[in-house]
Design a protein around this ligand. Structure first.
Ligand code: FES
Length: 106
């Protein structure tokens, strides 16, 4: 059963090596990352400041996003901070890909 409330984006809307910011009414924005065809969904706002991580630099080899403000970094698969000055984990979100679209779980 299709639940349109949890629709995030179409997979084709996120370029390989890029990210898409997803605005949500009354909730923190999310970021969808495409790393070589693997998708990751995280909070969009850095845990160090208010930077938008979907505007960050993606390191495909390390599967890491580097924050555009102070070059902090997070592991996209786990949300763990992996570059100063970030020390607080980034929230990652479970999702499923169905018929070429991503849906948030939970
Ligand atoms: Fe992201 Fe400072 S706001 S590292």
């Amino acid at each position: 059963v299709m639940n349109t409330e949890t629709f995030l984006c179409r997979a084709a809307d996120v370029p390989d090596g890029g990210a898409l910011k997803i605005e949500r009414a009354g909730r923190p924005p999310l970021a969808v990352f495409n790393v070589g065809g693997r998708f990751f969904v995280t909070d969009d706002t850095c845990t160090h400041g208010e930077a938008s991580l979907s505007e960050g630099e993606i390191d495909a080899d390390e599967c890491v996003v580097e924050c555009p403000w102070h070059s902090g970094a997070f592991d996209l698969a786990t949300g763990k901070p992996c570059g100063a000055p970030c020390t607080i984990a980034l929230k990652i979100h479970a999702f499923e890909c169905r018929d070429g679209a991503l849906y948030l779980l939970g």
